[in-house]
Write a protein that binds this ligand. Structure first.
Ligand code: SAH
Length: 386
């Protein structure tokens, strides 16, 4: 096994429990793409074991801290542990995340379950190289009807890996049906956003359902995750998304679930909020679930003004006593920053607002307390005081 030597700064980071070592903290490496390597300090003290990348800025992803090497079959063991944890959560759904990368000690590996099918993403060289072993272990543990590798995210380019979508096992149709609570969805695992659905919002949809009532505005609705699960509790629903595909999917999902009170508009939310304000529309419940506005640190300032604008307009459209479910999935925008921007929006809207629930991504997407990057989704449930 090759050995990689890291700097004092890299050592400090690892000792603080962070599994990533950056290229700038690597002093010497004689390893090949995707190798499992031993990591040590300049003085030869063992730090742990890691998967090596010869392209990414994240050169090492630690899979074990300390002097003991991971077991031969660590992949299968960790997959089994991740799957057992999800089973213990007893999700009221047939679609949820089984493996969430670093948070399951399987760096850069995503495994999502869609009923009898699995969708996998391998986002680093080390994980990509081990896909045959990962596939074999998943087949052994879960006997899925099919496994799809949705290896098309752009981050793969940072690893020098190609963007491909391929079947790893069995068969994977273009349409899968899954259930989330009482709602059935048609999912396109081949082309849908992420691996097909925004599974990280499932528990937030459940939470939002406890407050939803009256007229609902679901802004950035994708295939209608919030709109359809909240519709039975609301008089009327207006779902807005800029994507024609998403809009078609909501209509289809609403019809197949027999949900008749949902109106769908293919619109830019920024324009639609302005238009709703102009026409004096009001809502008792509003959901804002935009895409990550700050995909990089450089985009933070612009992102903040985007969050400010939509939250300000939503708070104006909200009736007194109404609920705003507002989300940010930018990990570059911290919880503190998001709370601050929403507070500014409330002040500018002249609204007194209380924080009813402070939430994150669902428990099937665990947050590692020593890895701030893993806390990416913030979801605030707010109430505009009457
Ligand atoms: N709420 C959804 C997930 C939303 S993902 C769920 O629970 O499943 C973000 C969505 O915002 C995507 O569907 C994307 O098409 C849409 N979108 C991005 N920019 C937009 C804009 N300016 N106006 C309207 N929709 C937008």
């Amino acid at each position: 096994m090759s050995t990689v030597t890291i700097s004092r700064r890299g050592e400090d980071r690892a000792r603080a429990g962070h599994p990533w070592i950056y290229r700038s903290d690597v002093i010497g490496a004689d390893a090949a793409a995707g190798d499992l390597v031993q990591v040590q300090t300049e003085r030869g003290r063992p730090i742990g074991y890691a998967l090596f990348s010869d392209e990414s800025e994240i050169t090492l992803r630690l899979i074990a801290f300390g002097p003991t090497a991971p077991a031969e079959d660590f992949i299968e063991r960790r997959l089994a542990a991740a799957i057992a944890f999800r089973a213990s959560l007893a999700p009221d759904a047939t679609a949820y995340r089984l493996v969430h990368g670093e948070a399951d000690r399987l760096p850069s590996l995503i495994v999502d379950r869609y009923g009898d099918h699995l969708v996998v993403q391998a986002l680093s060289q080390g994980t990509d190289r081990r896909l045959p072993e990962i596939t074999a272990a998943l087949v052994k543990l879960l006997s899925p009807a099919g496994i799809l590798a949705r290896n098309d995210p752009r981050v793969r380019l940072l690893e020098g890996l190609e963007q491909t979508v391929t079947v790893l096992h069995g068969e994977v149709p273009e349409r899968l049906e899954v259930r989330e609570g009482a709602v059935r969805y048609q999912v396109d695992p081949w082309k849908g956003q992420k691996t097909g659905l925004f599974l990280d919002q499932r528990e937030n949809r459940e939470a939002a359902a406890r407050y939803a009532r009256g007229r609902l505005l679901d802004a950035f609705s994708y295939n209608g995750g919030f709109a359809l699960s909240l519709a039975p509790r609301c008089e009327s629903v207006l779902a807005v998304d800029i994507s024609a595909d998403a809009v078609a999917r909501i209509r289809e999902n609403a019809a197949s679930n027999g949900i008749a009170n949902v109106e769908v508009r293919e619109m830019n939310v920024f324009d639609e909020l302005r238009e709703l304000e102009r026409t004096g529309a009001r809502f008792e419940t509003i959901v804002l679930d935009p895409p990550a506005f700050a995909k990089s640190k450089g985009a933070i300032r612009k992102a903040m003004s985007g969050y400010k604008e939509i939250n300000l307009r939503a708070l104006k459209l909200l009736t007194p006593g109404g609920f705003l479910v507002t989300c940010s999935c930018s990990y570059n925008v911290s919880e503190e920053m998001f709370l601050e921007v929403v507070s500014e929006a409330a002040a500018d809207a002249g609204a007194e607002v209380s924080l009813v629930e402070k939430r994150a991504q669902g428990r099937d997407h665990p947050i590692l307390i020593n890895v701030p990057e893993t806390y990416y989704l913030k979801c605030l449930i707010l109430r505009k005081l009457a």
